[in-house]
Design a protein around this ligand. Structure first.
Ligand SMILES: *Cc1c(COP(=O)(O)O)cnc(C)c1O
Length: 484
């Protein structure tokens, strides 16, 4: 029996505001607050721990009744905005975080308002995503026919690329039979400096991270091609099936760039899929001065990159570009009655994003990316990327000239790793945490050659030479305070 429908019940059942003018006023106020928040970011600490009061605010029972929107927004102002950590502040140098832009923020309002489902169908969201794919093909030197897909981040993009490489190596039947059907063990190669998500992708794929060979690097953290060749030869002799090599364009520890052209040549000769983890570095191709460092990236079979890092697009906006778009489709397209295509209407379009990756329902990450690139222009974004590299160079130079510090790795791009002369790991650990707690600066750390080092990744487009100099002053004061 059908449920009874009440007359004129829209006021009770629709979730739209009862008073649009009132809603408009609150929404405009919040937008204004956010613009001011970004504009005045320097006046606040880099980071502060969420207060006990703020934590308690988010430990309440599920609200069953509506609350005034103005009050909800006040909670956002009081309990969320002061305690958020991304990389808005120019003295944030931890990990590798993008800073976002006001344009990206506004784009998110549009994307949220239109609420496009970009898994498929014939609509503007997909058209914009395809535009980004063509732009990235152009930037990375890929041919027509390449396909691109937004994903949460490079962790997912690397995993998706690995899955495509596996399917290409084993044939499409591996999708049904699984890896049991293979008579030889698949093995992949990357460097010892590769991001941990490569090993995780091997785990998720079922191939297993024990079958990931980690190739040694030179003193600058770059994969040694000779060692790669030797490892492949050895595996062939032992009866393994090499299928993939992952080069890194900008390692997470130090920003090192693997010799991509040499790896491409080895992969081509050996018939391996050559994937580039360009999470950090691939977008440096937007800079004329940096482009040359990535020679060989254009020969890869796929590239993972993050617009949310150096591209400054708000989180999240990972991206995968695949040279052979058909290969991507062979790995992911699934027949489903409810996803049938047509030559017109909403069901038009031969290839939908859901044919290219594991997501079906997905938001429109393309819009914020497109608006950011359109409004700023690729050259300006490339310029800001090059600028952060110059800032890293400036930081490295000041540290080197200073008797208390020593660089712990060459500065290839925008990451500076350093130690404090005569200090042990415990001191470095405390220094990093004390600086973060102080709200004056937020470096992070990593371990290089078994030693904990301070790590500064300059990703924020707001950071200036004066910020770097202020950071050195902060370090000086800290050392003076801890020795006195
Ligand atoms: C950040 C990073 C990743 C992971 O990317 P997410 O977007 O955080 O998932 C992978 N590889 C490298 C080199 C990275 O720097």
């Amino acid at each position: 029996m059908p449920l009874p429908v009440e007359q004129n019940d829209a006021g009770e059942t629709s979730l739209d505001p009862a008073d649009w003018d009132e809603f408009r006023a609150v929404a405009h106020g919040l937008l204004d607050d956010m613009i001011t928040h970004i504009e005045t970011i320097r006046q606040r600490p880099v980071w502060q721990r969420p207060s006990d009061e703020a934590r308690a605010r988010f430990d309440r029972p599920l609200p069953h009744r509506p609350r005034d929107l103005g009050d909800v927004v006040d909670d956002v102002r009081t309990h969320i905005m002061p305690f958020a950590t991304g990389n808005l502040h120019p003295s944030f140098m931890g990990w590798v975080h993008g800073a976002g832009t006001p344009i990206g923020m506004v784009a998110e309002i549009v994307a949220g308002g239109l609420n496009m489902n970009c898994g498929g169908r014939d609509h503007a969201g997909l058209v914009v995503e395809q535009q980004i794919a063509r732009w990235m093909s152009e930037v990375l030197g890929y041919p027509d026919g390449a396909s691109g897909l937004f994903l949460t981040g490079s962790s997912m993009a690397n995993f998706v690329a690995l899955t495509i490489a596996r399917t290409e190596a084993m044939g499409q039947s591996v999708r049904e039979t699984g890896l049991r059907g293979t008579d030889r063990q698949l093995v992949a190669y990357t460097s010892t400096e590769a991001h941990s998500c490569i090993a995780q992708a091997m785990q998720l794929s079922g191939i297993g991270s024990a079958n990931l060979r980690t190739i040694v690097v030179d003193a600058a953290g770059r994969m040694l091609p000779g060692a790669l060749r030797a490892a492949i030869d050895q595996d062939r002799v032992s009866g393994f099936l090499p299928f993939l090599v992952v080069g890194t364009a900008g390692t997470v520890n130090t920003g090192a760039i693997d010799p991509l052209a040499e790896i491409a040549e080895i992969a081509s000769r050996e018939g391996l899929w050559f994937h580039v983890d360009g999470a950090i570095g691939a977008l440096a191709m937007l800079s004329d001065t940096l482009q040359g460092l990535f020679k060989g990236i254009e020969k890869s079979a796929s590239v993972a990159l993050d617009f949310h890092k150096w591209g400054q697009v708000p989180y999240d906006a990972g991206f995968l570009l695949v040279r052979d778009g058909d290969a991507q489709k062979r790995t992911f397209a699934q027949p489903a009655a409810y996803l049938q295509r047509a030559d017109r209407g909403l069901a038009a379009g031969e290839t939908w994003p859901c044919d290219l990756g594991p997501d079906l329902s997905r938001g429109c990450r393309a819009l914020k990316t497109w608006m950011t690139i359109e409004a700023l222009g690729a050259d300006r974004i490339g310029g800001s990327i090059a600028h952060t590299c110059r800032l890293a160079g400036h930081l490295a130079e000041r540290l080197e000239r200073h008797s208390s510090f020593e660089l712990k790795a060459p500065v290839a791009l925008n990451i500076v790793c350093f130690g404090i002369r005569g200090a042990d790991s415990e001191f470095v650990r405390k220094l990093v945490l004390d600086l973060q707690d102080s709200g004056l600066a937020a470096p992070s750390w990593t371990t290089l050659n078994g030693e904990l080092v301070v790590r500064c990744a300059i990703v924020n487009h707001r950071t200036t030479v004066a910020d770097i100099d202020a950071f050195i002053d902060t370090l000086d004061q800290y050392l003076a305070g801890s020795s006195g």
